[in-house]
Design a protein around this ligand. Structure first.
Ligand SMILES: [Mg+2]
Length: 165
């Protein structure tokens, strides 16, 4: 992906609220996976590890005290994306999918810490599934996300999207 992204243009006042995804948009989880585990985590691409294998690696990190989701770096395009988000909405909300089961609480804490350490005092909403991001859609609501399916569901529910990548 190019490090300079095409930014969608919206008529002045069109965007009333912005929800912004973390992994793949602001947080470089793929880079973490590549550098720490030597794997690609694009689950839709043949030859990459499965989601089940991904969560096994996360488990192994946590088992040795490595807080994976707190330790991921920023994407090369995070600054550009976040600057635009703040122009549209000075009080944006981070919208991410949380972990399930025993890792749920620790991953949630690590994601909140990531937001505070990398962006500042912004709210974060964790949903159980990418499908539930569409629950936040509505007129004048923009979702910034790197997942095409999530973006399609959000638009179907009446929201606008900026698909990254
Ligand atoms: Mg994402």
């Amino acid at each position: 992906m190019s490090q300079r992204l095409a930014v969608p243009q919206f008529a002045s006042g069109t965007v009333k609220k912005v929800y912004c995804d973390m992994d793949g948009v602001l947080a470089d989880l793929a880079g973490y996976a590549r550098n720490n585990w030597g794997v690609e985590i694009r689950f839709d691409v043949p030859g990459c590890i499965s989601k089940k294998e991904f969560w096994k690696l996360v488990w192994e990190d946590y088992a040795v005290g490595k807080p994976t989701f707190r330790k991921v770096g920023k994407t090369p395009w995070a600054k550009q994306v976040w600057n635009h988000v703040l122009l549209w909405d000075p009080d944006p909300v981070l919208l991410s999918v949380g972990a399930k089961g025993e890792l749920q609480d620790v991953v949630a804490k690590n994601k909140f810490d990531w937001v505070r350490e990398n962006l500042g005092d912004f709210p974060l909403v964790l949903v159980d599934s990418y499908k539930h991001k569409a629950d936040y859609a509505g007129s004048g609501v923009l979702l910034v996300d790197d997942n095409a399916t999530t973006c399609a569901l959000f638009e179907k529910a009446g929201g606008m999207t900026w698909k990254i990548g």
